[in-house]
Design a protein around this ligand. Structure first.
Ligand code: F6P
Length: 320
């Protein structure tokens, strides 16, 4: 192993830069040449690749986004695009690749490793939707962004004695809603893993109002709602309470990463280089019980992410 490449793919997440920095600097420390592949798998197809030096990753640990840029490449999924990518890997003499991204990106990593290219995945997504790891890079920053929004919305909600729905990202996973809802003391948390009825949400709202509650926060995961405007309307009609809806959107994907995400990204980046050097390929890096670990890509992708039942029940108990 003489030369490794690093790329970020799929939706960006805060902490990706810290992971790139860790891969580049650990790789160089171990005597490797490191190249940065731009715009994910697109850069592999088009040979958009540049040499990385220690200074290439200076002043990025605190920045959101990804200095390598990112993309969701449809071409890479085609036979022709994939062949071009393999060709570029060979032409550039790349011996191993580290992919920072979510499950879609890991499927690309799986294909590369099946084609004989040692490939390691690092979980970079705000969604925390990968079952094999306790945390993904960017999730902690995203829930802190949501928490900040909850606090602001709570102020105005109290003044106007309203209920507020806050719609958060997460694709099919309810972790952003659950974790930020628990931290923010939300009255109701609506997640795709356990669809509660609007009637149940309304019952809680009415009970709260009768107890003298001045505001209510409803955390709604995007995967739990076909149309959040319809949910808002239904709640207003059924509970007879004025409701406002805030869709937080991409504000959750940016911002300076938290200490947790920077540390996680640094540890995972260093670890990914270590296992490549040990001759491992076809692995994904994760964190279990605060220890960095690795697992076979295919095995990790076959695992089904479950919601943390204990936390979900606790959130319900504490929000009564
Ligand atoms: O996977 C990260 C994520 O932010 C999801 O939470 C969200 O559903 C999706 O990406 C949004 O994608 P885009 O940036 O393409 O709109």
């Amino acid at each position: 192993m003489k030369k490794i490449g690093v790329l970020t793919s799929g939706g960006d997440s805060p902490g990706m830069n810290a992971a790139i920095r860790a891969v580049v600097r650990s790789g160089i420390y171990h005597g490797l040449k490191v190249v940065g592949i731009k715009r994910g798998y697109e850069g592999l197809i088009h040979g958009d690749i540049e040499d990385m030096k220690i200074s290439s990753v200076a002043d990025i640990i605190h920045r959101g986004g990804t200095m390598l840029r990112t993309a969701r490449s449809e071409d890479f999924k085609t036979e022709e695009g994939f062949k071009k990518a393999i060709n570029v890997i060979n032409v550039f003499g790349i011996d191993g690749i580290i992919v920072i991204g979510g499950d879609g990106s890991f499927r690309g990593a799986q294909s590369l490793s099946q084609a004989g290219i040692p490939t390691i995945g690092i979980p970079g997504t705000i969604d925390n939707d990968l079952a094999y790891t306790d945390y993904t890079i960017g999730f902690d920053t995203a829930i802190n962004t949501v928490l900040h929004a909850i606090s602001n919305i709570r102020d105005t909600s109290t003044s106007h004695e309203r209920a507020n729905i806050i719609e958060v990202m997460g694709r099919h996973c309810g972790d952003i809603a659950l974790f930020s809802g628990l931290a923010g003391g939300a009255e109701s948390i609506m997640i795709p893993e356990d669809l509660v009825s609007v009637d149940e949400v309304c019952k809680k709202l009415i009970q709260g109002k009768n107890r003298g509650k001045l505001h209510s926060i409803i955390l709604l995961a995007e995967g739990a709602a076909e149309n959040s405007y319809d949910i808002k309307k239904e709640i207003e009609e059924k509970a007879g309470i004025e409701v406002r809806l805030t869709i937080l959107g991409h504000i959750q994907r940016g911002g300076s990463p938290t200490a947790f995400d920077r540390i996680l990204a640094s540890r995972m980046g260093g670890y990914a280089v270590d296992i490549l050097l040990q001759g491992k390929g076809s692995r994904v890096v994760g964190m279990k019980a605060n220890e960095i670990c690795d697992m076979d890509i295919s095995e990790a992708l076959s695992m089904k992410k479950e919601i943390h039942k204990g936390m979900y029940e606790l959130a319900q108990i504490l929000s009564r």
